[in-house]
Design a protein around this ligand. Structure first.
Ligand code: BGC
Length: 757
């Protein structure tokens, strides 16, 4: 035993000596390089530009790209794709600039590169970290095949306000689940070696709190207590950093009155000193310049502020490029400040292997071999099916029988333009599978499918114009709405079952896609009402980039399948689930409100001194005159074609002390007649503590597969670490006392309790 321990210690020492040696080699190399650099060249490394390919999300795009690269004024470029173009750009830096320092090439590869996966909010509903990690790995393989090796992903902003369009890009409302997703994605992109030709550097974004913009309006002010930050909003960023992300992006919003891009407390005290981040920080698109509009001074002042705060690379705005030298002369920044940022950018290049081979990622044979392969598309189909959440299924309308007539109705039923979802600039919508095609692929010969569009996504041309900035997403039909509606109703009357594919266009969510009304657009509601009136079984397939308010739809429909925007294999995946080829297993990662007035609404809320008891109105209690408090569908909720039964919880101890662990076990049985998967969720509640506890908080989950009739024991182990929270002094502590423990799915849970210490 002793011998074994000695070996283990020796092994750890060997590894850490190796890492130290590597680090000192890197330090030496960079010091040597920097000793040859002029101050202009150092500042040049801090400049990130885009010639305007992809999706420019601000009004500024870079000019004079070529001459700047040759003059050593560019550290990196994003928005150019393909090995040939990127090789040419790299040649300019390596062969025509004085010091030949290679550039880094980035892009927003948010949910797949060309093989587009479901939007991240959808993927998170799979609660399947292996699957999510694999989507990142596939995205990295495809992106690097096209020359991109730095990714502006994962977006890990906690979001509890579905009015904010960017909820589509993240993993929802919960800090624990969000942290698990952040780790899975960082590891998926980077794996264990950034120097490999098929891995890419991850960027954890947007530090910080971007998802808490007031009123759900994009880019808006954020203000919250530090306790809430540390307990609820910061964990996923920290998790991404701890998983080794090479880069962090600062956010547009202010944090405690100082915009994130100039916030030293955030970018240095928390990120580097508390969390030990050793990569580089990039700004968001012109977020340094935007501090002028925030009211913090002119371009020179805000650029100096950002550098001093710990921001290393300036995206697009060129405030660093054009003002830092002057600030240096005037003593507003020091050479040491510039050196530190420059060193961090050069370190990233070193870690990526660019000083060994600046052309590592430009292999002309790879795009053909690695991108959009049949295998990747098949995987996208599986990933999409696993992201869907079955919200309602009365009388087992689903799965559909593979016989009879199906009326397939709706503006999204035969559409390619919206399947990929928001932030898929590298995907090609024309390669996506519409639902109509998917249903025909899966239904077999016994089914007749009749299709009618029934309604536009929206009838409002002014609204459509705002949504159509990156191409047609809302296509207003030449026929009058009444004609389309009539055709749909007639089609429905002749069918055995109606499947209506309705909801949002892809760009109704995403960046700058905030909404104040989260209903399915009124003209589509009219269609749904008319279809319901036919009396035929009505299945709604809802596409959206966010939770919508579906109270009326929930009354009218027999079944509702929430499919988000499913990606390139949309139609096939939807058909797989509708026909029961795959039994839906997704669980919501964001609460679905009944109405917009309930927002923000999330499960992990704190208790008030006057909590409501039940859902009936009680005078002088915390509730509404005109709405229940409860959501329409809670976090963690999602049905299956089968049913699962949970035994009571058994705990191995009723009291645990420091250093002891607690094991909680339930027996889960598949009581239906379909095989299926269940996400077993464990929550705790700290009954008494020094700051108001949440009513419950997720601490563990396991996704299990059970055949019809099968039972399985599921066990979770908790320790002191799991009981900790940030107290009033922001110390991470566990406080002795009673805890409740819940295991189940969403709101349907079994309960037990234990005492700690
Ligand atoms: C977004 C970022 C994105 C960047 C570059 C910004 O507008 O907020 O998430 O990475 O543009 O495209």
């Amino acid at each position: 035993m002793k011998k074994l321990m000695l070996w283990a210690v020796a092994f750890v020492l060997f590894i850490s000596c190796g890492q130290q040696e590597e680090k000192s080699e890197m330090d030496g190399f960079i010091s040597d390089l920097m000793s040859q650099m002029t101050i202009q060249e150092k500042i040049g490394q801090l400049n990130l530009i885009t010639p305007g390919g992809g999706i420019p999300t601000g009004s500024v795009v870079s000019t004079d790209v070529e001459s700047k690269v040759k003059a050593g004024k560019v550290g990196g470029i994003f928005g150019i794709y393909g090995p040939d173009k990127l090789r040419q750009a790299q040649q300019m830096a390596v062969e025509e600039s004085a010091l030949g320092i290679p550039m880094i090439f980035g892009a927003d590869v948010i949910h797949g590169y060309k093989t587009t996966f479901p939007i991240p909010l959808g993927l998170s509903c799979s609660w399947d970290m292996e699957l999510i990690g694999k989507t990142a790995r596939v995205a990295a393989t495809e992106a690097t095949a096209d020359g991109i090796f730095w990714n502006f992903s994962p977006m890990v902003d906690i979001a509890r306000d579905p009015r904010w369009g960017r909820v589509a890009e993240g993993a929802g409302e919960d800090p624990y689940l969000g942290s698990e997703v952040a780790k899975a994605m960082v590891r998926g992109y980077q794996q264990d070696d950034l120097k490999r030709e098929n891995t890419m550097m991850a960027t954890v974004k947007h530090l910080a709190l971007y998802g808490a913009s007031e009123a759900g309006r994009d880019y808006n002010t954020v203000d919250m207590s530090r306790m809430r930050m540390f307990n609820e909003y910061l964990p996923p960023y920290k998790a991404g950093v701890e998983a080794g992300a090479g880069c962090v992006m600062s956010s547009f919003n202010d944090v405690d009155g100082v915009p994130a891009s100039g916030n030293k407390w955030l970018l240095t005290d928390v990120l580097r000193e508390k969390w030990g981040f050793n990569g580089f920080v990039v700004s968001d698109y012109t977020s340094v310049n935007e501090m002028i509009a925030h009211g913090l001074g002119d371009l020179q002042a805000v650029s100096a502020l950002a550098l001093k705060a710990g921001l290393d690379m300036d995206m697009v705005g060129e405030g660093f490029l054009t003002t830092l030298e002057k600030s240096l002369e005037e003593g507003k920044v020091t050479e040491a400040d510039i050196d530190l940022a420059c060193r961090r950018v050069l370190e990233a290049k070193y870690k990526l292997g660019l000083f060994d081979d600046p052309y590592l990622y430009f292999d002309d044979a790879r795009p053909e071999r690695d991108i959009l392969t049949e295998e990747n598309r098949q995987f996208a189909r599986e990933a999409a099916a696993r992201s869907f959440v079955l919200l309602k299924n009365n009388n087992q309308v689903l799965p559909l029988k593979k016989s009879g007539t199906i009326a397939l109705i709706g503006p999204l039923a035969n559409d390619k333009n919206n399947m990929l979802g928001t932030w898929a600039p590298t995907g090609d919508p024309q390669l996506s599978v519409p639902v109509l095609e998917g249903i025909k692929n899966v239904a077999g010969d016994e089914v007749t499918v009749s299709y009618a569009k029934g309604a536009n996504i929206s009838d409002d041309p002014v609204f459509a114009e705002k949504v159509n900035v990156f191409g047609t997403r809302i296509d207003i039909d030449e026929r009058p709405p009444e004609v389309m509606l009539r055709e749909a109703v007639n089609t429905a009357r002749r069918a055995d079952v109606i499947v209506a594919v309705v909801g949002e266009a892809s760009e109704m969510s995403g960046e700058s896609g905030s909404r104040t009304n989260l209903d399915v657009p009124e003209n589509q509601k009219k269609l749904i009402r008319a279809l319901a009136e036919t009396g035929k079984p009505l299945v709604l397939v809802i596409m959206s980039g966010r939770p919508l308010t579906l109270e009326e739809e929930n009354e009218l429909a027999d079944a509702i399948l929430q499919v988000w925007h499913p990606g390139v294999e949309a139609g096939n995946a939807i058909a797989d689930v509708l026909f029961g080829e795959y039994n839906p297993s997704g669980k919501l990662t964001m609460t679905f409100p009944r109405n917009v007035g309930q927002i923000p609404i999330y499960y992990r809320h704190r208790t008030t001194g006057r909590p409501q008891d039940g859902d009936e109105f009680q005078k002088f209690r915390s509730n509404y005159l005109d709405s229940p408090n409860s959501p329409l569908f809670p976090f963690g909720y999602g049905l299956s074609y089968t049913t699962f039964d949970y035994s009571d919880i058994s705990l191995d101890k009723s009291k645990i002390s420091e250093k002891e662990t607690l094991e909680a076990t339930v027996n889960v049985t598949n009581t239906g007649d379909h095989d299926g998967e269940e996400v077993v969720q464990l929550y705790i509640r700290d009954v008494v503590r020094s700051i108001t506890p949440p009513v419950k908080e997720l601490k563990r989950f396991q996704k299990i597969h059970l055949e019809a009739g099968e039972s399985r024991e599921v066990s979770f182990t908790l320790s002191e670490e799991d009981l900790k929270f940030y107290n009033y002094d922001l110390d991470f502590v566990a406080e002795p006392g009673d805890f409740n423990l819940f295991i189940g799915s969403g709101d349907e849970v079994k309960e037990a309790s234990f005492v700690w210490k």
